[in-house]
Design a protein around this ligand. Structure first.
Ligand SMILES: [Zn+2]
Length: 372
């Protein structure tokens, strides 16, 4: 335990005889506990032992969830995960908590991502956690069309009442989700004809675009990139973090938003980047970007190939977008080709191992940039 120091802090934060008048404390015990935890965390100011801080943050997340304040709940769960990613008990509380947050926000696919990895450690669950796991994951499965999987998670009949109560609660849409980074609009995956899921901008906590972007009426070519960064590991949050850092980098270069329209992580998840109603900022210059859909695969493919899931997702996405905008095969490019043509400069992007996939997508034909 780190210590004398954190225990003396907690003593101070509790019944301090010279402290603030009791009358200012909230009457509701839950609210009082929230105020106390917030105060304690403020006092730790990033200097507490991370595992200790994370436990407080996880508890705070659960309390905010009780209060139906989904925005603060989500924030505290994420902070807890950030502070102590490997602390077993914290990890479980955070995953169950975020699973419920996402369900209540109407994002069942994210809830599945959070909850499924817990299956491996269910043996150690308390009865209550086991029931929450079953209730949330079964609801998330139902809402993503996996009813057979959902059925397998029903508990024995004597737990049925509580199971149903938990599901009802998680099925409520939050009343106070707080301000969002982007105005809500239907996610791209609701586009008819797209038979795959696209994680909306809110799932990587995109910052709002800065200034006005140029509208893009239709797509006439597709350009493929790599992020030239470390490949992302399995957790959703890893990829989300990398996408946020790409957006930050693009802001620093003066772009209005992340430059790519789509990003694909090593797990093959497809993420929404810049709104497709606007021209991207990825290919080299304004002419190169005109009606040019930008897709970036997370990772560095100079000497390593994309993962099979990542390549599959790319093929699915390119096929769908080609069909949608009637883009011919010879209008699929690697970044290097487009940049060279429009600016005379070269780039290693998207790396030779991804470039060979691009050539294959083109059906062995040569790209035709002169065609307007
Ligand atoms: Zn590139």
């Amino acid at each position: 335990m780190a210590s004398s120091c954190s225990s003396s802090r907690s003593r101070l934060s509790e019944d301090d005889p010279s402290g603030s008048p009791r009358a200012t404390l909230p009457a509701d015990p839950e609210e009082r506990r929230i105020a106390e935890l917030e105060r304690r965390l403020a006092r730790l100011q990033g200097e507490g032992e991370p595992a200790t801080v994370a436990v407080l943050e996880a508890e705070l997340g659960e309390l905010y969830l009780e209060q139906n304040d989904l925005r603060r709940a989500r924030r505290n769960f994420r902070l807890a995960r950030y502070d102590a990613p490997r602390e077993e008990s914290v990890r479980r509380r955070v995953a169950l908590g975020l699973g419920e947050v996402y369900l209540r926000e109407g994002q069942p696919e994210l809830a599945v991502e959070e909850l499924e990895p817990l299956a491996a450690e269910r043996g150690d669950f308390s009865a209550r956690d086991e029931l929450r796991f079953r209730a949330f994951l079964s609801l998330a499965y139902e809402r993503t069309g996996k009813s057979a999987e959902a059925q397998k998670l029903r508990p024995s009949s004597f737990q049925e009442q509580e199971f149903l109560a938990l599901r009802r609660r998680a099925g409520e849409r939050g009343a106070t989700t707080g301000p969002r980074a982007t105005p809500s609009k239907p996610p791209l995956n609701s586009t008819p004809g797209l038979a795959f899921q696209v994680l909306p901008r809110s799932s990587w906590r995109a910052a709002a675009p800065r200034d006005d972007q140029s509208p893009m009426s239709a797509v006439r070519r597709i350009t493929i990139h790599h992020s030239a960064m470390e490949p992302t590991s399995a957790p959703l949050e890893e990829a989300a973090k990398q996408i946020r850092s790409i957006q930050n980098g693009h802001f620093q270069r003066g772009y209005a938003d992340i430059g790519y329209h789509y990003l694909i992580d090593s797990q093959g998840r497809i993420w929404e980047g810049r709104d497709k109603r606007f021209q991207g900022a990825h290919a080299g210059n304004t002419d190169a970007n005109e009606r040019n859909l930008g897709i970036c695969l997370l990772g560095n493919f100079v000497s390593v190939a994309p993962t099979p899931a990542q390549e599959r997702a790319l093929r699915t996405l390119v096929d769908a977008e080609r069909g949608r905008y009637r883009v011919s095969k010879d209008q699929i490019f690697g970044h290097g080709e487009v940049r060279k043509y429009f600016t005379g400069q070269s780039t290693e992007c998207p790396g030779e191992r991804l470039m060979s996939v691009v050539r294959d997508l083109r059906g062995g034909r040569a790209g035709n940039l002169a065609d307007d």
